[in-house]
Design a protein around this ligand. Structure first.
Ligand SMILES: Nc1ncnc2c1ncn2[C@@H]1O[C@H](COP(=O)(O)OP(=O)(O)OP(=O)(O)O)[C@@H](O)[C@H]1O
Ligand SMILES: [Mg+2]
Length: 361
């Protein structure tokens, strides 16, 4: 539905030109919610603004619903002629208008009959959960309600594509979580192809069908949320999404798909990629929830190491623990009933299947 090919966008700066989007290629399938996730300044909004037509790319090609809207060979369709609805971080609600007038603005500038505009406005307000508020002055709404007005206004023309740039970042934590689910449910119900931009990894994991991870203008990883979380393809993704212990090591023995890896903890057994061989330098990623405390009688010596509890932070549903082992400080997420105290001597284990090993390059 949205095809981005070799997109390049540079900005002129004091010290020459700066590449904000560096040859990005992505295909966003029809009806899916696709997220661009990455740290501040990595080029997410610039990519989205290029799709919207608010920035003119320097090279590449953009298609929406099969129609070329930008091509380096000379095509540039202006934003108002692209079949899109857009919501920004600042909702850009017009304060002097009612809720209904805000929402129906895109239809009024098209000059549709007044009755039809009102009916459609009321219908769309119902869809976003604002029925009965059509005649309220727009500023007299809560942050969450204003956000819904912006969403309704983006949807009223029934665009092929919805573009959302950090739409929840002005809301408080509780409302943000609630709106996440509402946006996801609405997107599913309408089946509208959506490109969503956020720097918030938990938001991206919660709502997306697919996440593209961006760093310094490039897409460096991509996949469904569970894959991005459980099988990151590089150190940046492992570090940026959730918390990860990263162990450096060198492959010792290889036996089938598994290998014994020499690390600062000692020998560590885990699965390796097909082409890896003895002597290769690797990185091992271990999520804190995959580090388990074991009792002395635990029979399996594989991937079991001695350590000492360095710190414990009670977080309600879990305890964040740091374990010192050799010269390493490892993060573990434990059950609140773990009964440990700082300074306690322990043994911990990592299931070989719960660790990811990638070439260190
Ligand atoms: N109009 C502009 N002129 C010059 N540089 C710009 C312009 N717009 C963006 N940039 C630069 O391009 C880079 C990417 O910006 P962009 O807004 O796409 O980042 P982002 O990933 O959306 O970040 P954030 O999470 O902070 O919104 C940044 O370094 C930014 O300073
Ligand atoms: Mg941005």
């Amino acid at each position: 539905m949205i095809e981005i090919s070799n997109l390049l966008k540079q900005f002129a700066g004091e010290r020459g030109s700066f590449t904000a989007v560096d040859r990005v290629s992505l295909t966003i399938p029809e009806g899916k919610l696709f997220t661009l996730l990455g740290p501040s300044g990595c080029g997410k909004s610039t990519t989205l603004r290029c799709v919207a037509g608010l920035e003119r790319p320097d090279a590449g090609e953009l298609k929406i619903g099969g129609d070329t809207v930008f091509s380096e060979t000379g095509v540039f369709v202006p934003p108002n002629r692209r079949d899109i609805g857009m919501v920004f971080q600042s909702y850009a609600i017009w304060p002097h208008m009612t809720v209904l007038d805000n929402v129906t603005y895109p239809l009024r500038i098209k000059g549709l009959p007044r009755r039809q505009i009102r009916d459609r406005g009321i219908e769309i307000l119902k869809l976003v959960g604002l029925e009965g508020l059509e005649d309220r002055a727009a500023p007299n709404l809560s942050g969450g309600q204003q956000q819904r007005v912006a969403l309704a206004r983006a949807l009223i023309k029934e665009p092929k594509v919805l573009l959302l740039d950090e739409p929840l970042s002005n809301l408080d934590a509780k409302l943000r979580e609630q709106m996440r689910f509402e946006i996801k449910a609405l997107q599913r119900r309408l089946g509208i192809t959506t490109l969503y931009v956020t720097h918030d990894q938990s938001e991206a994991l919660a709502i997306s069908d697919w996440i593209a991870v961006m760093d310094r203008g490039r897409v460096i990883d991509g996949g469904p949320p569970e894959e991005i979380y459980h099988r990151p393809k590089n150190r940046f993704t492992a570090d940026f999404i959730g918390q990860t212990n990263i162990l450096e090591g060198k492959i010792g023995e290889v036996a089938g798909r598994k290998a014994k890896i020499n690390t600062a903890l000692g020998d560590f057994v885990c699965a390796i990629a097909g082409e890896a061989k003895a002597g290769d330098a690797v990185l091992i990623f271990i999520r804190p929830e995959n580090l388990r405390i074991v009792t002395a009688s635990d029979a399996s010596p594989e991937n079991t190491y001695p350590g000492e509890v360095h710190s414990l932070v009670f977080l309600g549903e879990c305890v964040d623990c740091q374990i010192r082992s050799q010269a390493l400080l490892l993060k573990a997420r434990l059950h609140p009933s773990c009964g440990l105290h700082e300074g306690a001597g322990i043994r911990f284990r990592v299931d070989p299947d719960a660790a990811i090993c990638i070439p260190a390059c």
